[in-house]
Design a protein around this ligand. Sequence first.
Ligand SMILES: Nc1ncnc2c1ncn2[C@@H]1O[C@H](COP(=O)(O)OP(=O)(O)OP(=O)(O)O)[C@@H](O)[C@H]1O
Length: 388
Amino acid sequence: MAGLTLRGIHKAFGDTAVLNDIDLDIADGEFLTLVGPSGCGKSTLLRIIAGLESQDRGSVSIGGTSVDHLRPHERRIAMVFQNYALYPHMSVFDNIALPLTMTRLNLFERLPLMRQLSPRRRRVMDGIAREVRAVAEQLRIESFFHRRPGQLSGGQRQRVALGRAMVRHPQAFLMDEPLSNLDAKLRVHMRGELTELHARLGATMIYVTHDQIEAMTMSDRLAVMDHGNILQLGTPAEVYERPATTAVAQFIGSPAINLFPAHVGPGGQVELLGRTLPIDVRNAPTPELTVGVRPEAMRIGGGPCAVTCRFRRRENLGSESILQFDLAASPEVAVLCRVDNSIPIPEGEVPLAFEPRDCHVFDNNGRRLEVESRNAAGRDVRRASEAR
Ligand SMILES: Nc1ncnc2c1ncn2[C@@H]1O[C@H](COP(=O)(O)OP(=O)(O)OP(=O)(O)O)[C@@H](O)[C@H]1O
């Protein structure tokens, strides 16, 4: 396995730039996820790493060596796609063995007629069969070696596609939304399997998804992308706890973060919908602010930090519910609150409270401010300085 380095990767289709000078270092054995909304450039970046697309500028290195001049199959990286890309007329065994038969048998030896006649072919195929079996055991797919892809479930097909990637012992795995064709239950199962596989193989994996739950649960680090830029690179916890921009805050976290318009009050504190919050923003670069509070940080009830809302509807998730409210002052602003199901459904106008330390403050350009806030007892709970 190997680490990867991307430097200044730029790509445009016609006049439209889809990747803007991307720099990224992926450590050997790391599980890095490219996550972001549809069309932000994730797949294009992956295809450039694989050599399936060429960049306009910049370079890709694998294991410290530039691969810009190499064709896809020479880069020794394996790509797994959402549509599996299996050959429907071939058995599972033949699909997995294909990368090995293509490189180890010559054209003549690949002819069906030669199966019995060439002793060298038999020897090579015995070796290939051993390797295919070893990979299949890891993925628990030996029992359907003789089936065709059409006779498998989506999860089984995805495992076959993984097997075909693994058998090549690539320097890195590139995965483009590999679970997106599976139903919800199978996705959860395969998430676990992929995480275990990564731990077992110690493989470098670059994974593309627009599903932020996959990104949060599987990755060592996330690169959150938007409009061809990496907005933030960090561990799932860092990105969730300290989103660098409003766009990252909105994309990471489910249900999505609540965003409220606010500004710097006369005393240099956050003023939100007529209330002064004990959060020092004297150093904010713009007077207009946005305050984000995650639905799980809001509770029904009053307090020094609260917004008045009107109950709209409840989404029951089993043990807990997402309650949707309209902001009383601006009914077009939806406010979400994640609560335990033991809490009675509120009626009419209710206050929703939160702690100052749970507020994410952003300037007018959507950039995070590291702020100083005081808790109810008046103690400082955060230091001030700009995050980026
Ligand atoms: N071959 C192409 N020709 C022209 N435009 C393209 C081509 N491939 C991709 N694009 C455009 O480049 C942008 C980025 O596409 P890309 O597939 O990388 O996005 P993505 O983040 O992977 O999206 P999704 O999550 O929907 O797969 C999109 O606007 C897309 O329409």
